[in-house]
Design a binder for this molecule. Sequence first.
Ligand SMILES: Nc1nc(=O)c2c([nH]1)NC[C@@H]1CN(c3ccc(C(=O)N[C@@H](CCC(=O)O)C(=O)O)cc3)CN21
Ligand SMILES: CC(C)C(=O)C(=O)O
Ligand SMILES: [Mg+2]
Length: 303
Amino acid sequence: MSVHSTQKRLMAPDIAAMKRRQPIVALTAYHAHTAAIADRYCDFLLVGDSLGMVMHGYETTVPVPLDLMIMHGRAVVRGARRALVVVDMPFGSYEESPAVAFRNCAKVMKETDCGAVKIEGGRRMAETIRYLVDRGIPVMSHIGLTPQSVNVIGGFKAQGRQREEWAAIEEDARQVAESGAFGIVLEAITEPLAARITASIPIPTIGIGASLACDGQILVMEDMLGLSPRVPRFVKKFGKVGEVIEDAIRTYAEDVRTRAFPTPEHTYAMQDGAPSKERRAPERVGANTGRATKKSKTPSSKA
Ligand SMILES: Nc1nc(=O)c2c([nH]1)NC[C@@H]1CN(c3ccc(C(=O)N[C@@H](CCC(=O)O)C(=O)O)cc3)CN21
Ligand SMILES: CC(C)C(=O)C(=O)O
Ligand SMILES: [Mg+2]
């Protein structure tokens, strides 16, 4: 443990060791301030490539560039101090060969200081996972619905809803675990399949739309906050952040239009304390300290 902090940052093996001991709590995070809040409650934070859709308005995760993952990855690592930060490798940055994957994953780890990366794909990525782990890169796997393959699948569709599909997905899980992945995201699969996989592999399963049978859960933060306008069916909204934001912005707009904002409290005074002749509200003159006030508890006047 560092002499400078009382709490050590979790590492990939700490997450792996939580299997069957305690449920693993995870959320996506894309920026520093939300990462700092989620850090107090989550075991790991995923800088998901879903940020391309949520933050940048892309229709899928396919166009997300590596540099964007690095920018947001840095922000989340700066914001979080206890949680493991896992960065999603974007489409096109790791599939070509183990060597290309290593080069790009190493770049992400060096430039963000994250603790692990995540790559989509089961059996087809087994060799790459082994190659990365052998060279010092902790890898989280992601199987079931793999959104980077949306153009092959034909939509964001749940997987394993037919019994015949199970064997292939179970084999994906077995091989990525065998290859040294420290955890595995199961996305949009049915409960019996998630239960079979969770019981049969030694690494934790993190479900998103994959039932209670998993060792942990993850959601896209904006979805569970109630900020995303449209969400997948597996999302539970734990907040109404969209409404909170809209209320604040509506009130701000009203206050600007009615000239209720800014008040002297939100305005710089002259250093000599000389009162301004023009717009000073009479009841605030006596309260002038000659300094700008940093912060107000009331965000706006009541309409
Ligand atoms: N904001 C957000 N949240 C997510 O969970 C998320 C993203 N974005 N972007 C990347 C992927 C896409 N995800 C999704 C999106 C939709 C469904 C979904 O519920 N699909 C429906 C109908 C799909 C269809 O048939 O076209 C389903 O019943 O499976 C699942 C996962 C999950 N990921
Ligand atoms: C939803 C999680 C698992 C993800 O891959 C993402 O946010 O990109
Ligand atoms: Mg992703």
